[in-house]
Design a protein around this ligand. Structure first.
Ligand code: SF4
Ligand code: SF4
Length: 352
């Protein structure tokens, strides 16, 4: 039968034999050491995943090297996670320690499990997308270098999931992270009427604006932006290069905290903004790394064991968090402006 180009092959074909044989029959998992997960099936079969952090943008040579390691220790089975970690899948326990020694010898970092920070899930940044207000991999590299001690140990109060989205479109799912780094534009698009006239579908451009800030300007065969309605999202720039959104002085980073997707211990929650703007100080983003470290150290010092960042803040109250973090509060920072006039909280259940 001819194999047609009809999408990727079914994932089950790619699973290691031990996973296929025990599919849906896994009993429990534990973490014998940072970065190593031990999965045990009902049948008694045991599989280890060894997690290694990567910077996400990697060379072909690096991928080849990693595959050679997987061939030698894992029968060729490994997976890339959504957080840009590599997981080596070891079904022969005798190969676990030799694999760990090999990874150490190759300078690859094992970690990111349990009460640690996993790698930061992130977006395209300056390398690949057209609307970023900050870089992705560059910021993540700087932040993870600073937080490395929390990647290969498990000394945090709970797991720490961070995300970075380089614009408000948030294709990095940063809105439900313990700590989210979000690129923000702060000025409306500058209209290049010549570019719009020469090659833009004006109805699509008008329709691209989520706040209805763009209207046609038939006299000039262009558009007009109502700047009061603009939220600087950059969506219109995806429709036309004539809507220039970049602004080196005003583009930067906002920090949001307290989100999670898990429903363990407490319901899932969205992250909330606590720092509206930090400058784009490439290549090492010192203001951002310092602000994030400060929040993490406060969480370590004050949270109970097992408490995620948002659970800790909810327990002590957002009022207390802003005071402890010495962060200025404004009513633009949270999502319920009625309560925010008098309090930092977004619900009527106050906890003073
Ligand atoms: Fe592009 Fe925005 Fe996604 Fe970044 S978050 S990759 S700028 S769409
Ligand atoms: Fe509309 Fe966003 Fe463009 Fe502003 S930046 S005009 S809100 S699409």
């Amino acid at each position: 039968m001819a194999v047609l180009d009809q999408g990727p092959p079914h994932y089950k074909k790619m699973l290691p034999p031990i996973v296929q044989e025990n599919y849906g029959q896994w009993k429990y998992h534990e973490i014998p050491s940072p970065g190593v997960l031990k999965h045990v099936a009902e049948s008694g079969a045991t599989l280890y995943s060894v997690r290694v952090g990567t910077p996400r943008l990697v060379s072909i040579d690096f991928i080849r090297d990693v595959c050679v390691i997987a061939d030698e220790y894992c029968d060729g089975f490994l997976r890339w996670t959504t957080r840009n970690n590599i997981e080596f899948l070891v079904s022969d326990e005798a190969k676990l320690n030799p694999l760990l020694e090999k990874l150490e010898a190759e300078g690859l970092s094992v970690g990111g499990t349990g009460r640690s920070i996993s790698n930061i899930v992130h977006t395209q940044g300056w390398v690949h997308c057209h609307t970023p207000a900050t870089d992705a991999s560059g910021v993540v590299k700087a932040v993870m270098d600073d937080l490395y001690e929390y990647f290969n140990t498990m000394k945090l109060p709970a797991k720490l999931k961070m995300g970075l989205a380089c614009c408000l479109n948030m294709c990095g799912a940063a809105h439900c992270s313990d700590i989210a780094i979000v690129g923000v534009h702060r000025t409306p698009p500058r209209i290049n009427h010549d570019v719009i006239r020469k090659g833009t579908e004006i109805p699509s451009l008008v329709a691209s604006c989520p706040t209805g800030a763009i209207r046609p300007d038939p006299k000039n065969k262009s558009v007009i932006v109502n700047e009061d309605k603009c939220m600087y999202c950059g969506n219109c720039y995806t429709m036309s290069p004539g809507m220039e959104i970049y602004d080196p002085k005003n583009d930067g980073i906002a920090i949001l905290i307290g989100g999670k997707t898990s429903n363990a211990r407490s319901a899932p929650s969205f992250s909330r903004m606590v720092i509206p703007f930090l400058p784009n100080t490439a290549p090492r983003w010192p203001e951002t790394t310092e602000a994030i470290r400060k929040i993490i150290e406060l969480w370590i010092a004050n949270a109970r064991k097992g408490e995620r960042v948002g659970e800790w803040v909810e327990r002590i109250g957002w009022e207390k968090f802003f005071s402890l973090a010495e962060l200025p509060f404004s009513d633009m920072l949270i999502d319920d402006y009625i309560f925010s006039r008098e309090t930092f909280r977004t619900s009527a259940s106050f906890k003073y």
